[in-house]
Design a protein around this ligand. Sequence first.
Ligand SMILES: Cc1cc2nc3c(=O)[nH]c(=O)nc-3n(C[C@H](O)[C@H](O)[C@H](O)COP(=O)(O)O)c2cc1C
Length: 178
Amino acid sequence: MQEIKGKAQVAELIRTQRATRQYSQQAVSEEDIRTILNAGRRAQSSNNTQPWQFIVVRDREILKQLAEGGKYTAHVPHAAFAIALVASSKTGSADFDLGQAAAYLQLAAWDLGIGSCITWMHYPEKAKEALHVPTDLEFHIVLSFGYPAPQEHPQATNRLSSAAGASPGYQKERSQAL
Ligand SMILES: Cc1cc2nc3c(=O)[nH]c(=O)nc-3n(C[C@H](O)[C@H](O)[C@H](O)COP(=O)(O)O)c2cc1C
């Protein structure tokens, strides 16, 4: 098996990545967008179904229309670009698989210094209309991307101290940012 290097870097990306909602004006290159997309398509999926379609949106008017598809979308029109994650199958695990792809897309972007935010489409019918997505497909997730604005402080954030529920009883604890 091929030796994997750079573990420390991945750990650092995971530690420091957080939702970025304020973007600088700097454009993201075509090459970087392709690098990000390629990371997304490498995600694992149930039975290797790869049940996703990624739609890249750069047009500001369409970004604005897309923002109409969710409740908490103020950042979307200001992104350098967005990727809509459309489920191309209705298998029970498609949501989970799309979540995996989203994580890869976001980490690959962060590796390039590009921040991102997951945005939920509470009104999927509006979001589908904006991108001409067929009405019978599942579409709830948009990822917005852009270089963080100077006022954004993309540093490590608080997370639960442990993901493992200890029995008896399940107690949530907040930890300091590590
Ligand atoms: C399934 C899901 C849906 C989300 N929807 C939105 C959204 O609609 N709008 C938004 O601004 N952030 C959204 N987020 C981003 C979360 O608010 C963010 O990941 C969380 O607050 C942690 O932020 P941090 O990484 O900066 O600590 C969503 C995240 C997930 C995982």
